[in-house]
Design a protein around this ligand. Structure first.
Ligand code: SF4
Length: 897
């Protein structure tokens, strides 16, 4: 079936054409942004003359939200450009921003509400879409939702992913909470193990690198520049830093542009933990370099640890103890008479032998010599020594810097860890050890180092920061004990630290609830922006799960794999059309001119909506009001947007549109009556954050950095007690629970695993990374022909499987060969080979994730290889502590017949 014919392009709102139509559209106002009163005489894009530039922003990556302007001629958006007034991107823009025009006019979109007429469901089964009215579509959905609410709200499963249009995930979560189902799964993050260490060390969901002041940057499986291709402040900050002379050391199986500003250390996949442990070894056992003042004052390194690895505590108050060298005795960590604290040595407290955490840390890396690490990483011992010495010297321990009149420690070094290192087996601990190395030289939360991306959300326990997410979501597993049956389908209780419960567990629990101690079935599935068929490692299991659920609906943009299983689809605006607010500040990387930048961007559709589509949040709100959740939703929405106690708080008794909520939010932020009308003209509003709030160093005096990961250890201890008490084992880890408990260690520790165990048969490693034109699939990048063209014309042709020349020659393979790659886990994928010296000797590179199989998507979406089929979450293959699957696997390769 031809995709363009699947849904007739007849629309509820007529697509306006011609000058008269534009005038009419402008008169409507509510639908069409008036934009800047700038009549153009010539097009800067070489297109038609005349027209109007309408303010917008991009937001199709998660690094930043570039200010954009969309040129509209006769009601048609014809060009996108960077907004030169925007303080972040200053007029620049990457291909993803420019390509959004293609999404707007994408003929493969859903164009009207549809219901399936074919009850059979499958990835290659034509749903037999039939266009229906909005009233009929919403009637079917709301009735099903009411029925499941009345039967058992747990039988509803929400599934959230980044999706094509970057939905407001938290907004969905509000509704989930109100509805009363615990079943909220993330399809965006089966590989997101990267959030735990930032929570521990920086009070933040993602950390960002202060390259404005950094001089020596080590990237560990993290793309910082060209591959992420952020076009705005972050990219400029990197360029400025390199001009200043910042050295970048890329530790990765795949080289990238950043390495041209320093060096590339091609590492054996899975060896990252050994690399950072050996750095700690060189610092503490060879160079004897560490920032003692920082460790004493700002971390739990001086806390006294018993032989059983628990804190030694004051018998009266229960508070952790430290050793006061001046007083020659133990005191509580917050004693006002504290003198100099011991970092080393052995003492006796409460009749028990104890040591400061720092001493334990030092002992834990004693055997992690560069020679030991060289075997596991493929990086020469002398290179590890040299890099560590350079890092230690550039850390300038003891130096200070004054920024905006505020005096702070200056530590211009950073190990920046990313998905490539964090999402392998023991990856969560790898990130922790990398940040531990940063902390050893005092480079956490200070200028030049790794800092927080979002504001401090301090949860302090025993004077030490601990993971906010863990506190909110996983505290019950720690404090409230274990319950059978499970409270949810996600296996959280077995993965007490899992931020993003793996999809495979969720899918497995839908198919076979009993195996996961669940005593009910899922009746209604509501995936939003979620595509587990592409994000998960087991497509067959996803198919089985979606086939089992009686009713699935979505608000969707394109005819992807998930929509193939839907019973009703409500068509959604494209990314450029959505009415949206996003922060102005930048996340992953920041420079001197934007570090204190904060504010909000606003956008709405620059043209009359092209098809009969909707704003997702409006559907959620309408449904909530229909189901009688209005007062609750309004109260929670006020809380989410920080409107409580202000004149802009929502009235519990009223029914709102999303536009009205945005209006209240904007006015609450910008003040002086600056609402949607003002933002339509200006596009964004900014203000400056005090410099003390940009660096956590100040706040660390309240909550110390947990270089000794006591809390993880305690979670593991309680998990073990609960599992043993109830006689249960984690599905997939039956008979191996000892390995699960061993992951909850408070110290650096190397554990062998399927990736590090040698294999003669599977003699290569498969690795994967994000590429510029395909970041998380946001903004409908997968079926955007402009972006696909960009990829194919890149020198490296990122749709191909990349192999080192020597590895190719050994196997008789050549550039352009069609090959089949088989995984140690049983999966396989196919693609075309690219021979390149940018790959580590024993690794195969799979840039991004391609190979959609949904038949009604733009055929361009089928190009590329499907990487995740090489991975596995089965039979104990996922990392038990985090719930993540390993992004790398051992594989073998052969030429396709
Ligand atoms: S994708 Fe990101 S970097 Fe590119 S234009 Fe959009 S917001 Fe800017």
């Amino acid at each position: 079936m031809d995709a363009a014919k699947v849904v007739p392009a007849t629309t509820r709102r007529t697509f306006l054409k011609g000058g008269a139509a534009l005038a009419a559209a402008l008169a409507i106002g509510a639908h069409v942004a008036p934009g800047k009163a700038e009549a153009l005489t010539e097009s800067e894009g070489g297109g038609k003359e005349g027209g109007t530039w309408v303010t917008s922003f991009c937001g199709t990556c998660i690094w930043t939200n570039c200010g954009l302007e969309v040129k509209v001629i006769d009601g048609v958006a014809v060009e996108v450009r960077g907004n030169k007034d925007h303080p972040s991107n200053k007029g620049t823009m990457c291909p993803r921003g420019a390509a959004q025009l293609m999404n707007l006019y994408n003929p493969y979109r859903f164009k009207a509400p549809v219901k399936r007429t074919n009850p059979e469901k499958g990835l290659d089964v034509d749903p037999g879409w039939q266009e229906i009215s909005w009233d009929e579509a919403k009637g079917i959905i709301f009735e099903k939702m009411a029925a499941v609410r009345d039967t058992d709200p747990r039988r509803l499963m929400f599934m959230y992913g980044f999706g094509d249009t970057l939905h407001e995930g938290p907004f969905t979560k509000l509704f989930t909470g109100i509805f009363g189902t615990p079943n909220y799964a993330m399809s965006a993050g089966p590989l997101c193990e990267v959030h735990h260490a930032p929570q521990l060390f920086n009070n933040t969901f993602v950390d960002r690198i202060d390259v404005g002041y950094c001089n020596y940057l080590i990237t560990l499986g993290r793309n910082m520049g060209a591959q992420a291709a952020f076009a705005s402040g972050p990219a400029r900050a990197m360029a400025d830093a390199w001009k200043r002379g910042m050295k970048t050391v890329v530790v990765d199986p795949h080289s990238n542009v950043e390495a041209s500003h320093g060096e590339w250390l091609p590492i054996t996949p899975g060896g990252d933990m050994a690399f950072v442990m050996s750095m700690a070894n060189v610092l503490l056992h060879e160079l004897d370099v560490y920032d003692a003042v920082y460790l004493r004052d700002r971390t739990n390194a001086p806390y006294l640890i018993q032989d059983d690895l628990d804190y030694a505590r004051d018998a009266g108050t229960g508070k952790p103890l430290v050793w006061d060298v001046s007083a020659g005795g133990a005191k509580t960590y917050d004693d006002e008479t504290l003198g100099e604290l011991a970092l080393t040595g052995s003492y006796t407290v409460n009749g028990q032998p104890v040591e400061p955490a720092f001493e334990k840390i030092k002992a834990s890396v004693k055997d992690a010599t560069p020679e030991w690490a060289a075997e596991k990483t493929g990086i020469a011992a002398e290179t590890i020594r040299r890099i560590t010495a350079e890092f230690a010297e550039e850390a300038r321990i003891g130096s200070i810097i004054v920024i905006d009149g505020v005096e702070l420690p200056y530590r211009p070094v950073c190990i920046a860890t990313g998905r490539g290192a964090a999402n392998t087996m023991q990856g969560m601990r790898t990130y922790y050890v990398a940040d531990l190395v940063n902390a050893l030289v005092g480079a956490i939360g200070v200028p030049g180092s790794v800092i927080h991306a979002d504001g401090p959300k301090f949860v302090v326990e025993d004077g030490v920061i601990h993971d906010v997410l863990m506190a909110e979501t996983f505290l019950p597993a720690y404090d409230a004990g274990f319950s059978i049956p499970f409270k949810d389908l996600t296996g959280k209780q077995f993965s007490a630290l899992a931020k993003f419960p793996i999809l495979t567990t969720t899918m497995g629990a839908i198919v076979d609830p009993q195996k996961y101690f669940v005593d009910y079935d899922i009746d209604v599935m509501f995936p939003i922006g979620a595509n587990p068929f592409m994000a998960d490692s087991s497509r067959d299991l996803c198919v089985a799960a979606f086939q089992k659920v009686p009713f699935t609906w979505t608000v969707g943009y394109n005819m992807d794999e998930t929509s193939m299983f839907c019973d009703v689809v409500l068509p959604e605006h494209s990314s450029l059309e959505r009415q949206q607010i996003r922060p102005v500040d930048e996340t992953m990387t920041v420079g001197r001119d934007t570090i204190a930048l904060a504010g909000v961007n606003y956008k709405e559709s620059p043209v009359e909506h092209v098809y009969d589509t909707c704003q997702y949040e409006d559907i959620i709100m309408e449904m909530a009001y229909y189901l009688g959740y209005g007062p609750k939703l309004n109260a929670m929405t006020s809380g989410f947007f920080k409107l409580v106690g202000t004149e802009f708080a929502l009235d519990p008794a009223k029914e709102y549109t999303y536009a009205e909520i945005i209006e209240n939010y904007l006015q609450s932020i910008a003040g002086n009556g600056k609402g949607i009308d003002w933002f339509r003209e200006h596009g964004f509003y900014t203000y400056k954050v005090p410099i003390e709030e940009c660096y956590d160093y100040v706040a660390q005096s309240v909550g110390r950095v947990p270089v000794y990961n006591w809390r993880d250890f305690m979670v593991g201890r309680h998990l073990k007690a609960n599992c043993e008490k109830w006689g249960v084992e984690q599905p997939g880890w039956e008979g191996r629970m000892g390995e699960v408990y061993a992951e909850y260690t408070p110290l650096p520790e190397w554990h062998d695993n399927f990736l590090t165990d040698p294999s003669d048969e599977f003699d290569l490693f498969a690795v994967n990374w994000k590429i510029s034109p395909r970041i998380l699939g946001l903004g409908g990048q997968d079926e955007n022909p402009w972006l696909r063209e960009v990829v194919e014309n890149l020198e490296f042709d990122d749709l191909r499987i990349q192999i080192n020349p020597a590895a190719a020659e050994e196997r008789g393979l050549r550039d352009g060969d069609r090959v089949i790659v088989e995984s140690q886990h049983g999966g396989s994928t196919e693609g075309v080979l690219k021979v390149t010296g940018l790959m580590q000797r024993n690794s195969l590179g799979f840039p991004a994730q391609g190979g959609h199989v949904a038949p009604f998507m733009n055929p361009t979406a089928r190009r590329g290889t499907t990487y995740n089929q090489l991975l596995s979450a089965d039979d104990g293959k996922y990392f038990p502590e985090s719930g993540s699957i390993s992004i790398a696997a051992r594989v073998k390769i052969r030429k396709a017949e």
